[in-house]
Design a protein around this ligand. Structure first.
Ligand SMILES: NC(=O)c1ccc[n+]([C@@H]2O[C@H](COP(=O)([O-])OP(=O)(O)OC[C@H]3O[C@@H](n4cnc5c(N)ncnc54)[C@H](O)[C@@H]3O)[C@@H](O)[C@H]2O)c1
Length: 257
């Protein structure tokens, strides 16, 4: 059991009980960290508040990651309440349904901008806002969530694959930039898990089946398994790991035909 008591964590990307970010939030909380969770809109606020009620003294704050003002306000609120930050978990992603469904060459300029803004740029913006808070703590650890669609073509993943490629490159550049402040930056590339975001990918159920059939472990993974890997990367066990994309997919990525 990792002891994270006295640590402060910001988790962005909890929508409901199936969210990978929620599994990570619970794992952090169970290890003793105090959490701040965000909601992007009033529509999701109640969900997040209900879930957060099961945590120990959480902070609930609004943050639509496409808004620089809301990100700046989030930074100020965290500074007031926590006086610093140890962990940032970024699990926000979005692409318009029509851009996921259309043939890739039909991706609209605006759809491309939105997908890259919310799913990749937001990690850079949140890193910038939380860096001074981590500096106050003598360092910290940032984590985002990605998918193999960044490297390989998955039908129906389309513009999100490009966003994930940008996100993974951002992990490396952020790690180089923030390393001198003793801030580590990593990603977990998770195998497919049935969540709200995943249900927006057409053919998602067949992706689950292909992973089950081909992965060395012969099964799919669950959000708790991602959360366990997240605790390793965020916590003291990962203290020499940065600029890394750790694959948590029951081994699927290694397999050829
Ligand atoms: N589920 C999978 O199979 C899988 C696999 C690999 C990686 N991932 C990644 O994991 C992360 C979490 O996704 P999930 O599968 O848990 O689904 P999810 O739908 O539970 O989480 C996506 C989150 O993004 C948030 N979001 C969207 N637009 C936002 C905005 N403008 N501002 C702030 N937040 C916003 C949503 O509110 C939601 O909480 C995503 O980056 C996703 O791409 C998922």
């Amino acid at each position: 059991m990792i002891d994270l008591s006295g640590k402060f964590a910001l988790v962005v990307g909890v929508a409901n009980k199936r969210s990978i970010a929620w599994a990570i939030a619970q794992a952090l909380s169970n290890s003793g960290a105090r959490l701040a969770l965000t909601y992007p809109s009033e529509r999701l606020e109640e969900n997040v508040r209900e879930l957060a009620a099961t945590l120990n003294n959480p902070l609930i704050l609004p943050c639509d990651v496409s808004s620089d003002d809301q990100i700046a306000e989030l930074g100020r609120a965290l500074d007031n309440e926590f006086g610093g930050l140890d962990f940032l978990v970024h699990g926000a992603a979005f692409a318009k349904k029509e851009d996921l469904d259309a043939p890739f060459s039909q991706t609209s300029r605006e759809g491309f901008r939105i997908a890259l803004d919310i799913s990749a740029y937001s990690f850079i913006a949140l890193a910038r806002a939380t860096r001074p808070l981590m500096q106050k703590r003598g360092g910290g650890s940032m984590l985002t969530l990605t998918y193999l669609g960044s490297e390989r073509v998955f039908k129906g993943y389309n513009v999100m694959g490009v966003a994930k490629a940008a996100l993974e490159a951002s992990v490396r550049y952020l790690a180089a930039d923030l390393g001198p402040d003793n801030i580590r930056v990593n990603a977990i590339s998770a195998g497919p898990i049935k969540t709200l975001a995943a249900m927006g990918i057409s053919g998602f159920s067949s992706i689950l089946g292909v992973y089950r059939d081909r992965a060395p472990l012969g099964r799919n993974i669950d959000a708790q398994e991602v959360a366990d890997a997240a605790l390793f990367l965020l916590g003291p066990g990962g203290r020499a790991v940065t600029a890394e994309v750790l694959t948590v997919d029951a081994g699927f990525k290694a397999m050829g035909f």
